[in-house]
Design a protein around this ligand. Structure first.
Ligand code: DGY
Length: 308
């Protein structure tokens, strides 16, 4: 029997497959284990099932001599030092595809909510301030016929593009960090949506310079990783009216500190990293992570292995 440490209780029945086959410890608290707590559990473990909130770096791996497999409960794996894991022969898996449509749906929900001022208008109605139909009340931006710039044309970017087609939007895309293409997209788009992994090359990609190219009427949507956007630069752009709005599922750090200047920015919508938060996506993610762990412990290739 191998020892498995799972860093949080997960939706769906699939974790029982680990519990039936191996000695499995599930962290039952609402907040994640601290780095030190994770390191202490990893030191005894043959397998780890981690979340994006768990930092698995070279130091932690060095303190985990038995570790053979890490299954990350996310498609993104920027929380794991994959290079250090590969060097040790530790297989690393993720959960691609399971959350593509859920995240694309949320991207559109954020885009629509921001364009049509849904949260503001709903609060206005609920607070009893709705007195009459107002000709100029809550005017927003058209989504149909607008231009959507999609930065990153992987699975989720493509799923967003399919939704945009249904709204009659013109879609501009940039697949790579092609500077010329990116600048064109930033200048032309009414909505800009980020769908890139967080890497050394994408960290801070949307900073002062990129924001300065966007239309003052543009709305930025980020459902990828918070650190792709420079949050101070974004706060400045919103406060000065250089950018019309931003809708963020992800921030850096998460959660955003209560005194962060972004909170007081106009036309900012933040939700707590819920892109994949549908029952079916999260249950499927559990199944995939469990499949990865069982394969890794059996010494077979992971069904959803991240590139080394
Ligand atoms: C991911 O999978 O990377 C999302 O951010 C969380 O589901």
């Amino acid at each position: 029997m191998a020892r498995i440490f799972v860093t949080r209780a997960l939706p769906g029945p699939a974790l029982s497959r680990l519990e039936d086959a191996h000695e499995t410890t599930v962290w039952q608290h609402q907040l994640p284990p601290s780095y030190e707590q994770l390191r202490a559990h990893a030191a005894q473990a043959d397998a780890l099932l981690t979340l994006l909130t768990d930092r698995v770096d070279a130091q932690l791996l060095a303190a985990a001599p038995r570790l053979r497999v890490i299954a990350n409960y996310a498609v993104g794996y920027d929380n794991i030092d994959v290079g250090a894991a590969s060097a040790r022969g530790i297989a690393v898996g993720n959960t691609p595809d399971a959350l593509t449509d859920a995240t694309a749906d949320l991207t559109f929900a954020l885009l629509m909510a921001s364009a049509r001022r849904i949260t503001e208008a709903a609060a206005f109605a609920r607070e009893g301030r709705w007195q009459t139909w107002e000709p100029a009340g809550f005017l927003g931006a058209d989504v149909h016929g607008a231009t959507l710039g999609i930065i990153g044309l992987g699975r989720i970017g493509q799923a967003v593009a399919r939704r945009a087609a249904g709204f009659g939007m013109e879609v501009l895309t940039t697949e790579t960090r092609d500077q010329h293409n990116l600048e064109h997209l930033l200048r032309r788009s009414d909505f800009i949506s980020i769908h890139l992994p967080l890497t050394a090359g994408t960290r801070g990609l949307i900073g002062t310079q990129a924001l300065s190219l966007m239309k003052p009427t543009a709305i930025l949507v980020n459902t990828a990783r918070g650190a792709i956007v420079d949050r101070d630069a974004l706060a400045r752009a919103l406060h000065t009216g250089q950018l019309a709005g931003a809708a963020l599922d992800v921030t850096d750090p998460e959660p955003l500190p209560p005194d962060d200047p972004l909170w007081s920015a106009p036309n900012l919508l933040v939700v707590p990293h819920i892109g994949s938060a549908t029952w079916s996506a999260r249950e499927r993610m559990t199944e995939m992570a469990v499949d990865n762990i069982l394969a890794g412990l059996a010494g077979t290739p992971l069904p959803y292995q991240v590139p080394a």
